[in-house]
Ligand binder design. Structure first.
Ligand code: HEM
Ligand code: HEM
Length: 123
């Protein structure tokens, strides 16, 4: 497996631990306000990063491109900011809204880079 795929998968596992930890906390406490943080940590973190890592394994030309590395950093800088901003907004800090919006757009950009990279550099 190439180094880039491994990097996506290692980070995915970290999101998995955080997301399931939060899920157990929500279940145990009965406080489900963080449901959306939990859902997106799992789906944009654990599930998406694992899939991207596995897909890059099968698209080595795309994995070797600078775009793939840029996508990795954009996704993994935007997602933590987005999750913290979402948690703050849910708990009443409405000023976190614009940060949430910008982080979501950066994340969208990372997703579009992924799509472009896969189509342009098919293995
Ligand atoms: C031990 C593991 C987990 C626990 C204890 C847990 C717990 C919870 C809890 C308490 C909720 C809130 C339910 C509600 O208020 O209606 C929830 C929602 C959710 N969880 Fe988990 N979860 C776990 C693992 C996962 C995993 C692995 C995923 C995805 C890969 C996931 C995806 C979701 C999603 C998408 C929702 C939102 C569901 C909806 O829209 O109604 N969870 N989880
Ligand atoms: C930048 C990317 C994304 C943004 C900005 C986003 C935004 C949102 C928003 C605004 C909601 C409604 C929340 C509410 O009604 O309280 C939502 C819900 C949901 N999204 Fe996303 N989403 C993104 C990516 C994804 C992805 C990639 C998945 C799955 C692979 C996903 C799965 C879900 C699920 C299961 C729900 C329902 C559970 C919940 O309310 O949190 N989302 N998302």
């Amino acid at each position: 497996m190439n180094a880039l795929s491994r990097r996506w998968i290692y980070v995915a596992v970290v999101y998995f631990c955080l997301a399931v930890g939060l899920g157990v906390f929500m279940g145990a406490s009965g406080d489900h306000r963080m449901m959306s943080v939990h859902a997106h940590l799992n789906l944009l973190g654990w599930v998406t990063l694992s899939l991207v890592g596995i897909i890059y394994h099968y698209f080595p030309r795309a994995a070797a491109s600078r775009l793939a590395s840029l996508q990795f950093w954009l996704h993994n800088l935007a997602l933590p900011v987005m999750m913290v901003a979402l948690a703050m907004k849910i708990t009443g800090t409405l000023q976190a809204g614009p940060v949430l919006g910008v982080a979501a757009m950066v994340l969208l950009l990372a997703v579009l880079l992924f799509a472009g990279n896969l189509f342009w550099r098919r293995a």
